[in-house]
Design a protein around this ligand. Structure first.
Ligand code: UD1
Length: 337
């Protein structure tokens, strides 16, 4: 069974390629290397003993997308990660985000609707819920007006897939990720943030290693037990495994609807201070940090109700926050050594 993984050299993509190969799938990766490096292929090979097929290709070029699918008629499923994901950048350059995240999605779906097998998994985000009224967040919580072009591309992307699946042979799973963190326990692959990390965990590990002076904690006046904001941090390997299960579900025609949506989180919320303390525990060192003002656009809390993924997909996150932080730390030490 051949699976196309777009963005397969990125953070979540590369971990998913590993899990697919571990389960015996043949993988072909498309990546334009805009936010990653070719060396990720070596990491994947070191873990799995296999090098996936790889094409460096920019999916914004519709002709190239068409040409790719003409050359590969044996693809049974597509897991689509290739997209831009920096909230701040999307505010400054919305058209880049709409082109990269929306045009590309349309081009791929246009090719899939020509096939008789069209199994599609979409990288979505809990950002579609905004600040949900009730915690934990179930899949039927309402989708809120997006706060950024990035968030909007995830909402529009989901709608495009739903509309397409209604009238084509496309079957899809929308996976709404909470906060993916960590790295492969082997430290062969992990996150490779470009420049100053915007996300909490890479900023913590870079501070721990001495690349950054101190972490700014964005606000301690939230209505939470310790005043800092709460998120559901999920180990990237758990997340990757959910993609394999979702793909198997589509390939085995076990899906109950043309489009199914699942939250992928641990079901547990952790505050920024709890994440810092988990890092301090696993690294055995103090993390320098200071409390600063809230970051614009941040919400108070978001954590998943994972009942649907647990019962329908038969998937459950296995790793703890400490295990995820330990793997992120091991990876940071490896890439700086
Ligand atoms: C962010 C995006 C979200 C996107 C996700 C992708 C924003 C507002 N949201 O989620 O749309 O889907 O990344 O990974 O950018 N924090 C600090 N100091 C830091 C960095 C973060 O205190 O230097 C805090 C944040 O205020 C937040 C928590 O850590 O409470 C997690 O932040 P982050 O890792 O950026 O994730 P989200 O904001 O949840």
């Amino acid at each position: 069974m051949k699976i196309l993984v777009t963005g397969g050299l990125g953070f979540i993509g590369s971990h998913t390629v590993v899990e697919l190969q571990n389960e015996g799938f043949e993988v072909i990766i498309i990546d334009n290397l805009s936010n990653t490096s070719l060396s990720v292929l070596d990491g994947i090979q070191n873990i799995t003993g296999k090098v996936p097929a790889f094409e460096q290709l920019d999916l914004r070029d519709k002709n190239k997308v068409q040409d790719f699918f003409k050359r590969h008629t044996d693809i049974e499923g597509v897991i689509h990660f290739a997209a831009s994901k920096a909230v701040g950048e999307s505010v400054g350059n919305p058209l880049l985000y709409y082109e990269n995240n929306i045009n590309v999605l349309v081009y791929i779906l246009q090719e899939l609707e020509k096939n008789h097998t069209a199994n599609f998994i979409f990288s979505s985000s809990c950002t579609v819920y905004g600040q949900a009224e009730k915690m934990p967040i179930t899949e039927d919580s309402s989708v809120q007006t997006a706060l950024s072009p990035y968030g909007n591309t995830k909402q529009i992307g989901e709608e495009i897939i739903i509309d397409t699946a209604k009238v084509t042979n496309v079957n899809a799973v929308l996976l709404r990720y909470f906060n993916p963190i960590g790295a492969h326990p082997s430290a062969e692959i992990g996150e490779l943030p470009l420049g100053v990390p915007q996300n909490l965990v890479p900023f913590i590990t870079q501070t721990g290693i001495g690349l950054r002076q101190e972490l700014s904690v964005y606000g301690d006046d939230y209505p939470t037990p310790d005043g800092t904001a709460i998120r559901d941090y999920i180990h990237v390997v758990d997340l990757a495994k959910a993609h394999v299960i979702a793909m198997q579900r589509l390939l085995n025609k076990k899906n109950q609807d043309k489009v199914e949506t699942f939250n992928l989180g641990t079901g547990t919320g952790s505050s920024v201070l709890e994440v810092i303390h988990a890092f301090e525990k696993v690294s055995g060192q103090k993390l320098p940090y200071k409390i600063v003002a809230r970051r614009e656009g941040d919400i108070t809390e978001a954590y998943a109700n994972t009942d649907k993924a647990n019962t329908v997909l038969g998937w459950k996150a296995q790793f703890t926050l400490e295990e995820a932080m330990a793997s992120a730390w091991k990876w940071e030490q490896k890439i700086r050594s």
